[in-house]
Ligand binder design. Structure first.
Ligand SMILES: O=C1C[C@@H](C(=O)O)NC(=O)N1
Length: 445
């Protein structure tokens, strides 16, 4: 039996903030009450002056490698726990071959005793074999079926909405979709190639992968969800038009859910000048107006949750011509501090942040016993010092990528401790290297 007592914390949970102690036994929250200081425990944290949030459940976390490696997974999840992410939903990395970068059942079994935080994986659908899913031994840990409409692999890309509809109709778990229109992206790429050759200036990325193709596909996906009366999760919305479409569908009780990556709330196309190709991400980061719409989309609950969109490409992979530069960036370690900046700017309340990084993810994907600070639930928690500022530096990045898009930026709030299933897996003050605290996520379905 192991116990942890956290005293004097400001709990942010289910729309309210209140001071309380929390007693954790064998990984689960046993008591939430203001007067627990008399209890003896193996470990004690005095959280006076700190906020206690349910840990972030990241709906988009990838290894940016089409070959799964346990070592890489453990480095990337070290970055995640340093950023207050207690559960990751692992996305595939699909290149032109048929690889997905996701662990096979046997690799997952080997990984299980070393997990730093909790894990679920996406199952990748391909348009040729719609009905074939995973090894039954890991089926219970699949968070969703992933379908890409923009991938580079012909084997996995869904070019036809008819096939998307068939997939959604067949699938017994929620289908998560990357909604963009590959033919129009290719057409745009070709037009710019005619002018610039392969060295297309990076600011054109937001035109090549512009709002129209995202919005057209999102509209079609909303239509499929309505027709089949089934939930579809739209991965990384990026523009005003998509928010307007979702808003209008929700007026008719749409079951669609959607996420946004934290960097889309920080950056806009005006940052391409300074950040260059480091900011290349798919879908493209778009205008200031799009950024404002995404913020409003969260406030109005048209966007379900915020994810990190962690894609840890190295600086070497971020070099070359427009076509060679990898799209993606390491985000997990600084996603939550970046989101907390919107609290500092008085745009988001802490209650809304908790809703968007944790509660609503647990609800959307039916995650069992997580996502809330509740008695009986697993103790996945993050302690935040809202007034402890720090400067982001490449040398502090734990991801194998070794750099951050925020290098040199000041963040006004810090993650002080991350707790996974009752174990302190990250401390800002001390070196912690704990493995084995994480579990495979389970679902109420
Ligand atoms: O959705 C994605 C996928 C990712 C990758 O390379 O895996 N890169 C991106 O920029 N966006």
């Amino acid at each position: 039996m192991t116990t942890l007592l956290i005293c004097n914390a400001q709990l942010v949970n289910e729309g309210v903030i209140f001071e309380s102690d929390v007693y954790i036994r064998d990984g689960r929250i046993e008591q939430i009450s203001p007067n627990l200081s008399h209890l003896s425990s193996d470990r004690f944290i005095d959280a006076k002056g700190l906020y206690l949030l349910p840990g972030m459940i990241d709906t988009q976390f990838s290894l940016a490698s089409s070959t799964f490696s346990e070592e890489r997974f453990l480095s990337e999840t070290s970055a995640a726990v340093a950023g207050g992410i207690t559960s990751v939903m692992l996305l595939p990395t699909i290149n032109s071959e048929q690889k997905t970068g996701l662990p096979k059942a046997k690799q997952l079994e080997q990984l299980r005793p070393n997990l730093k935080n909790n894990l679920a994986i996406y199952e990748v659908a391909n348009p040729i074999n719609l009905g074939v899913y995973v090894d039954s031994s890991i089926k219970g840990h699949i968070c969703a079926v992933f379908a890409s409409m923009i991938g580079v692999s012909d084997y996995y890309r869904f070019d036809s909405l008819q096939l998307v509809e068939e997939l959604v109709g067949l699938s017994s778990v929620v289908v998560a979709i990357e909604a963009d229109d590959m033919p129009s992206v290719l057409e745009n790429e070709e037009s710019y190639r005619q002018i610039y050759g392969d060295d297309i200036p990076i600011p054109f990325h937001s035109v090549i992968r512009g709002a129209k193709s995202c919005a057209d596909t999102t509209e079609a996906v909303l239509g499929i969800s309505e027709k089949l009366n089934k939930q579809i999760h739209i991965l990384h919305v990026s523009c005003t038009e998509e928010i307007e479409l979702i808003e209008s569908a929700k007026r008719h009780d749409s079951l669609v859910t959607a996420d946004v990556c934290s960097h889309f709330l920080t950056f806009s196309e005006s940052d391409y000048e300074q950040k260059g190709a480091l900011l290349k991400y798919n879908p493209a980061i778009k205008s200031d107006i799009d950024r404002a719409s995404l913020m409003q989309g969260l406030l109005d609950n048209n966007i379900t949750n915020i994810c990190s969109g962690h894609t840890p490409y190295s600086l070497k992979e971020k070099q070359g011509s427009y076509f060679e530069v990898a799209a993606g960036m390491p985000q997990a370690q600084l996603a939550l501090p970046a989101i907390l900046e919107h609290f500092q700017d008085q745009i988001f309340s802490l209650e809304l942040i908790v809703e968007k990084i944790s509660h609503s993810v647990a609800d959307t994907f039916l995650i069992k016993d997580r996502g809330y600070i509740r008695e009986g639930y697993w103790a996945d928690l993050v302690l935040v010092d809202i007034d402890e500022s720090f400067i982001a530096r490449n040398e502090d990045v734990l991801s194998t990528a070794g750099w951050t898009i925020y290098s040199g930026n000041e963040f006004r709030s810090s993650v002080v401790n991350t707790i996974v299933n009752g174990d302190v897996v990250w401390s800002k003050k001390d070196d912690v290297d704990v493995r084995g605290s994480g579990k495979l996520l389970e679902f109420n379905r």
